[in-house]
Design a protein around this ligand. Structure first.
Ligand code: HEC
Ligand code: HEC
Ligand code: HEC
Ligand code: HEC
Ligand code: HEC
Ligand code: HEC
Ligand code: HEC
Length: 364
C-alpha cells in the first residue's frame, strides 16, 4: 500500500499547499531536503551521517522522503556551527572537528544547546548519549539519574536516548515547516521544536503542549547580555506534560526535579531549581543577564526578548543555568569548569571561570 505521507507529499508538490504551509519557516527548493525517488543518475540519494566521516547511502527511502536524517542535516565534519543547506541556514549540534567553547561569536562558536562533539571525544559524561553518536543501547536502564523507574517500552528515552526508538526525537518533535517567529509557542512548533513527546499527535499536527521561549536567530552563536534566547520557567508544581511551558519541566520529565530536595527545616540538601533569585543578601549584586549562566523567566511574552536586567524575586534558577542540553567540554555537561575552579580550566587552559559566582556574588 502507498504510504500516506507520500500521497500528501505528491499532493503538496503539485501545488495544492494547505494553509499550514503559508507560514512555512523552511524556504528554498523542496529538493534541497527531499528526494522524490531516492535516485539521481541511478544512484541512491538518501544517506545517513557516519561519525567516522562521510555518509552511508541508503537504498531504502528515509521517512518523509527526506534526503537524510536529523544528524545528516545537523552535523558537520568541520567546526562551523551554522551550515548552509541550499541557501537555508542550518544549526549544527554535532561537529566532528572541535567547535569553540565558550561561545565567542566566531563562525565556530558553540550554539546554545552545546555540542555532541565532546560526547564522542571525551566520553558519556560530556553529553546526552544519543542514538547515532553513542554506542547503541539494547537494554536501557529503568530511568535517567533522578527519574522515576519505567518498564517495558517506556525505558526508551526515560532510561536511554541511545536506542533507535529515542535519539533526537526522545526530546524534540521536529516541526520544520512552521514557525519563523522569534517568540515560539504552539503556533511556531514550540521553542526549538521542544513540543511534548508524550502528547505527540499521530498526524502532522503540533503537540498541544511544549516549551515556550524566545529564539535568538543565530541560536546564540554570538550571545551577549542584550542578544540571547529567553527561556520560560515556572515554580510548579508540575502535574502533566509541559503544561507550564517551562524548559525545566522538559528536563524534569526524565530526571525529576534533580537537585531540588529540601529538608523539612527548609535547608537545601541539593542545589535548588525553579526557585526565584532572592531580592536580598548576596543576590542583590546579580543585575545583568549573563548568557553563560542564564536564568528562566515566568510567563514569557514577546516583550521579554533580549532582556538585560535580572528581575530578582521573580526570575528563576533553571537546569540550563548550569547545564547544556546536548553536551559540553565539562563533565555533567556543565556550562563552565566547575571542578577546576579556582585553578586552571582544563579545557581553555585559562584561569577557570566561576559560574556559581554569577548568582552567588559573595563567592567571587
Ligand atoms: C530545509 C529542509 C526542507 C525543505 C527545503 C523542505 N522540507 Fe519538507 N520536511 C523537512 C523535514 C526535516 C521534514 C520532517 C518533518 C519535520 O521536521 O517537520 C519534512 C517533512 C515534510 C512533509 C511531511 C509532513 C510533515 O510536515 O511532517 C511534507 C509533505 C513536506 N516536508 C513537503 C515539503 C515541500 C512540498 C517542500 C517544498 C515547498 C519542502 N517540504 C521543503 C525539511 C524540508
Ligand atoms: C533535510 C535537512 C533536515 C533534517 C533531516 C532535519 N533538520 Fe532540523 N533543521 C533543518 C534546517 C534547515 C533548520 C533551520 C530552519 C528551521 O528552523 O526550520 C533546522 C532547524 C532545527 C531545529 C531548530 C529550530 C529553531 O528553533 O531554530 C531543531 C531543534 C531541529 N532542526 C531538530 C531536528 C530534528 C530532531 C530532526 C530529526 C527528526 C531534524 N531536525 C531533521 C534541517 C533539517
Ligand atoms: C520517545 C521518548 C519517550 C518514551 C518512549 C516515553 N516517554 Fe515519557 N517522557 C518523555 C519526555 C521527553 C518527557 C518530558 C515531557 C514531554 O516531552 O512530553 C516525558 C515525560 C513523562 C512523564 C511526566 C513526568 C513524570 O515523571 O511525571 C510521565 C509520567 C511519562 N513520561 C511516562 C511515560 C510512560 C509510562 C511511558 C511508556 C508508556 C513513556 N513515558 C514513554 C519521553 C518519552
Ligand atoms: C535531552 C534532550 C535533547 C536531546 C536528546 C536532543 N536535544 Fe536538541 N535541544 C534540546 C534543548 C533543551 C534545546 C534548546 C537549547 C537552548 O536553547 O539552550 C535544543 C536545541 C537544539 C537545536 C537548536 C540549536 C541550539 O543549540 O540551540 C537543534 C538544531 C537541535 N537541538 C537538534 C538536535 C539533534 C539533531 C539532536 C540529536 C542528535 C538533538 N537535538 C537531541 C534538547 C535535546
Ligand atoms: C527524554 C529523557 C531525557 C530528557 C528530557 C533529559 N534527559 Fe538528561 N539524561 C537522560 C538519560 C537517559 C541520561 C543518562 C545517560 C546519558 O547520558 O544520556 C541523562 C543524563 C543527564 C546528565 C548526566 C550527564 C551524562 O551525560 O551522563 C545530565 C547533567 C543531564 N542528563 C541533564 C539534562 C538536562 C539539563 C535536561 C534538560 C535540558 C535533560 N537532561 C533532559 C534522559 C533525559
Ligand atoms: C546551580 C547549578 C545547577 C543547577 C541549577 C542544576 N544542576 Fe545538575 N549538576 C550540577 C553540578 C555542579 C553537577 C555535577 C556534580 C559533580 O560532578 O561534581 C550536576 C549533575 C547533574 C546530573 C548528573 C548526575 C549523575 O549521576 O551523573 C544530572 C542528571 C543533573 N545534574 C540534572 C539536572 C537537572 C535535571 C536540573 C534541573 C532540574 C539540574 N541538574 C540543575 C549543577 C546544577
Ligand atoms: C542561576 C543562579 C545560581 C547559580 C548559577 C548557582 N546558584 Fe546556588 N543558589 C541560587 C539560589 C537562588 C539559591 C537559593 C537561595 C535561597 O533561597 O536562599 C541557591 C542556593 C545555594 C546553596 C544553598 C544555600 C542554603 O541556603 O542552603 C548552595 C550551597 C549553593 N547555592 C551553591 C552553589 C554552587 C556551588 C553553585 C555553582 C555550581 C551555584 N550555587 C550556582 C542561585 C544560583
Amino acid at each position: 500500500m502507498m504510504d500516506k505521507r507520500w500521497v500528501v507529499f505528491v499532493f503538496l508538490v503539485v501545488g495544492l499547499l494547505p494553509p499550514v504551509f503559508c507560514r512555512a519557516a523552511v524556504t528554498g527548493d523542496c529538493s534541497s531536503c527531499h528526494t522524490m525517488h531516492n535516485s539521481e543518475g541511478g544512484a541512491p540519494v538518501a544517506h545517513t551521517f557516519k561519525i567516522t566521516g562521510g555518509v552511508d547511502f541508503s537504498p531504502t527511502p528515509i521517512r518523509n522522503l527526506l534526503k537524510t536524517d536529523c544528524l545528516g542535516c545537523h552535523s558537520s565534519a568541520g567546526a562551523e556551527t551554522i551550515g548552509d543547506l541550499g541557501g537555508q541556514q542550518v544549526p549544527i549540534v554535532f561537529n566532528t572537528t572541535e567547535p569553540t567553547y565558550p561561545p565567542d561569536g566566531s563562525t565556530t562558536s558553540t550554539l546554545a544547546g552545546g555540542n555532541f562533539h565532546w560526547l564522542l571525544s571525551k566520553g558519556g559524561a560530556y553529553g546526552h548519549d544519543v542514538y547515532g553518536i553513542a554506542a547503541t543501547v539494547t537494554t536501557p536502564p529503568a530511568s535517567a539519574p533522578g527519574g522515576v523507574d519505567r518498564t517495558g517500552g517506556c525505558v526508551h528515552c526515560h532510561g536511554s536516548l541511545a536506542t533507535s526508538q529515542s535519539g533526537c526525537e526522545g526530546c524534540h518533535v521536529a516541526e520544520h515547516h512552521i514557525g519563523g517567529n522569534a517568540f515560539a509557542d504552539r503556533e511556531q512548533g514550540w521553542y526549538r521544536f521542544l513540543g511534548s513527546v508524550m502528547l505527540k499527535p499521530a498526524n502532522f499536527d503540533t503537540s498541544p503542549e511544549g516549551v515556550t521561549g524566545i529564539e535568538s536567530p543565530d541560536w546564540e552563536q554570538n550571545p551577549s547580555s542584550t542578544q540571547h534566547n529567553t527561556y520560560q520557567g515556572s515554580i510548579g508544581p508540575y502535574s502533566s506534560y509541559l503544561e507550564s511551558g517551562s524548559i525545566n519541566q522538559k528536563c524534569a520529565g526524565c530526571h525529576g526535579r534533580f537537585h531540588a530536595e529540601t529538608l523539612s527545616t527548609s535547608t537545601w540538601i541539593r542545589h535548588p531549581v525553579d526557585v526565584a533569585i532572592p531580592n536580598a543578601g548576596e543576590f542583590v549584586g546579580m543585575t545583568t543577564y549573563n548568557p553563560l549562566v542564564p536564568v528562566a523567566r515566568r510567563n514569557v511574552s514577546p516583550a521579554d526578548a533580549n532582556f538585560t536586567t535580572i528581575t530578582r524575586g521573580s526570575d528563576l534558577v533553571s537546569c540550563i543555568s548550569c547545564h547544556r542540553a546536548h553536551g559540553s567540554p565539562y563533565p555533567a555537561m556543565l556550562r563552565w569548569a566547575y571542578r577546576d575552579w579556582p585553578g586552571i580550566d582544563s579545557h581553555t587552559l585559562q584561569p577557570a571561570f566561576n559560574g556559581c559566582a554569577v548568582c552567588h556574588t559573595n563567592k567571587s
